[in-house]
Design a protein around this ligand. Structure first.
Ligand SMILES: Nc1ncnc2c1ncn2[C@@H]1O[C@H](COP(=O)(O)OP(=O)(O)OP(=O)(O)O)[C@@H](O)[C@H]1O
Length: 613
């Protein structure tokens, strides 16, 4: 008997990490641009100040700060923050993915800090091969100052410094940029980046150009919404000026945003120009003053594409790259609350500032229409004010409904073009329902104006309402109509004679897109007769609806045409009437139609010249 083989216990092993590869991956592939190294250094310094203030709660607000220095050959960031002991350096600085900001025994809450992942410092390898840190801990005042040098290959050294090396608590990080990173580390650029990322930071930050000895505060003033102003007018002018400075346009209006629950403040700038529907703009998002993203889309719903915002929030969570926000419940609630704020602004304008509302709708009616389709409240507030194309020109629906008890609406722009002139001559009020949202919105008018009636208008309905001609005229015109039908048979077009206003319109071409598609399909089925496609297309066949050319008996040209005796000229005149009516409908012409228009024009010209000679 053979003994069962007992498998040897599996040995526990540990992943091997190629440090150089890991550092390269995190530092080069997480961030969008090398410039973020400065944001990460500033953020670490600011987080260290936050920890220091928690440690020394009685210290005055501006007691601890951050100082940046650059001279073209080095960038130095010095802070009066909480600092590090040698043990801290091993644990936090030298361990990728370890962050002091997650440690549970901390008095501060994790939410007090901007950082949390323990990888931000690696971004320094985007511009330098070595990170040099000197630090003294405020938590352990007796501990000596410590020096750490971390290199891009994953190696590092630590040593304690002599007692006099750094007397005050805090940390200094020095980078010696690589030759290829000069663009990001020259003094003027460091200053510009510090202002870009740090202009709203709440701790004092200064910049010094060591070469020319100049220095300047990076964030000399609080955020514009945190300042006090002599009057409400001065406040709104200052906020608009700030919007113009950051976005490069003068806002049509500036909406203040304030959500105390998440410590969010900021402004929404209403764009002064139309934006293509659906195109979303990025917003500038600061967290605890630090600029995280200029292109954050996620703080507002899609319909809000008529504003760009600058916000500063306490409790939104950035992702590891820091260039977007975590999609969590807080973000969803913020989005909802900000949307509510924009709605309230629209409601206020509709209720009490018709001038502002008019300017807003002139530019953004498309955005508002897309919003009104899904939002009953906006629909109720704004539908009467929205502009539509109608047989009375461009007008608001409210105005239009006042003169037309029954509002007729077409389902395509083409149909509107075909029948607008005739319908308005007959006293009918028609709205062009062919543009996105328009037909749907017009049909909802009775919800807010119960006295209004809305009905669809299609070409067939209108044709039925055109007056027939008397029997005698019909008989006299029969030969011409037969010839015209024969000439236009290639376009599947019937020809009829009616009387309608305006008399100046010689002919109407009644056709719809569906009818044209149906005719194309039938034609293909005929061409493919017998084949697989012929069977399939044939099975789908319906009675192919025909186009209709309706000639206007009231029009002098038509009267002259039906009396033409010369058959060639009669054919040409029918073609010319068809071509003119097709052009008036402004739909794209088929190649056969374009050549028909060409041919009939040249024939008529030749005829006229022959007659004159
Ligand atoms: N200026 C500083 N002062 C004190 N401690 C610092 C400073 N800079 C870095 N540290 C320490 O090094 C740790 C790692 O920093 P790093 O920037 O890599 O990550 P983080 O800030 O914790 O998180 P994130 O990756 O989200 O930025 C920090 O948690 C902190 O303990």
């Amino acid at each position: 008997m053979t003994q069962p083989v007992t498998p040897a216990p599996a040995a526990d092993r540990t992943f091997q990490v190629d440090l150089r590869g890991l550092v390269d991956l995190l530092s080069h592939h997480l961030y969008s641009s090398p410039r973020v190294y400065l944001r990460e250094l500033l953020q670490n310094a600011v987080d260290a100040l936050t920890a220091r203030h928690t440690l020394e709660p009685d210290a005055p607000a501006g007691a601890f700060g951050v100082r940046l220095y650059a001279d073209g050959s080095a960038v130095r960031v010095e802070d009066d923050g909480v600092g590090l002991t040698e043990a801290d350096v091993h644990t936090f600085l030298a361990t990728i993915g370890r962050s002091s900001k997650r440690a549970e025994q901390l008095a501060e809450k994790r939410g007090d800090f901007i950082g949390q992942f323990g990888i931000g410092l690696l971004s320094c390898f985007l511009v330098a091969d070595e990170i040099h840190v000197v630090s003294r801990s405020a938590r352990t005042p007796g501990a000596p100052a410590v020096e750490w040098r971390g290199r891009g290959d994953g190696s590092y050294t630590v040593r304690t410094l002599p007692a006099g090396a750094r007397t005050r608590p805090g940390t200094t990080v020095t980078l010696t940029p690589r030759a290829d990173a000069g663009e990001w580390t020259r003094p003027a650029q460091v200053h510009a980046l510090a202002r870009h990322f740090g202009s709203l930071l709440r701790h004092p930050v200064t910049f010094s150009d060591v070469l020319d000895g100049t220095g300047a505060p990076v964030n000399p003033e609080p955020a514009p919404w945190a300042r006090t102003y002599p009057t409400p007018g001065a406040r709104s002018r200052a906020l608009a000026a700030y919007g113009a400075e950051v976005f490069g346009f003068t806002p049509l209006d500036t909406i203040e945003l304030d959500l105390p629950a998440v410590g969010l403040k900021g402004i929404a700038c209403v764009l002064p120009d139309t934006v293509p529907a659906g195109r979303r703009h990025g917003h500038r998002v600061h967290v605890k003053g630090m600029l995280l993203s200029e292109q954050a889309e996620e703080i507002l719903p899609e319909w809000a594409f008529f504003v760009r915002c600058v916000i500063d929030a306490e409790s939104l969570r950035p992702t590891a790259s820091r260039e977007s926000l975590y999609e969590d419940d807080t973000l969803a609630a913020v989005r909802e609350a900000l949307a509510e704020r924009l709605r309230a602004w629209i409601a206020r304008a509709a209720a009490s500032d018709p001038d502002l509302l008019g300017r807003f709708l002139q530019v953004h009616h498309l955005a508002v229409k897309s919003l009104a389709v899904h939002d009953d409240e906006i629909l109720r507030m704004l539908l009467p004010w929205l502009p539509f194309e109608t047989t009375d020109g461009h007008t608001t629906l409210d105005e239009f409904a006042r003169t037309h008890r029954t509002v007729l609406v077409t389902s395509s722009v083409e149909e509107f073009r075909q029948i607008a002139a005739i319908a308005s001559a007959a006293g009918l009020g028609v709205v062009n329902g062919g543009y996105t949202y328009d037909r749907e919105l017009v049909h909802r008018l009775p919800e807010i104006r119960p006295e209004a009636t809305v009905a669809d208008l299609d070409p067939a309905t209108l044709t039925a309402h055109l007056d027939p001609v008397d029997r005698e005229t019909e008989l006299a015109a029969a030969p011409y109509l037969a010839l015209a039908r024969d000439t236009l048979a290639v376009f599947d077009c019937d020809v009829a004679l009616r009387t309608f206003q305006p008399a100046s319109a010689p002919a109407l071409l009644m056709d719809s897109r569906e009818a044209r598609h149906e005719r194309t399909r039938s034609r293909l089925a005929r061409e493919q007769e017998g084949g697989l496609w012929g069977d399939i297309l044939g099975a789908l066949r319906q009675e192919a609806p025909r186009a209709q050319l309706i000639l206007n008996q009231l029009n002098p040209l038509v009267r002259a045409a039906v009396a033409i005796e010369e058959p060639e000229l009669a054919r040409t005149s029918a073609e010319a009437l068809y071509g003119q009516a097709a052009m008036l409908s402004r739909r794209p012409l088929r190649p056969a139609e374009s050549s028909l228009i060409n041919r009939s024009f040249l024939d008529l010209l030749a005829h006229a010249l022959r007659k004159d000679s």
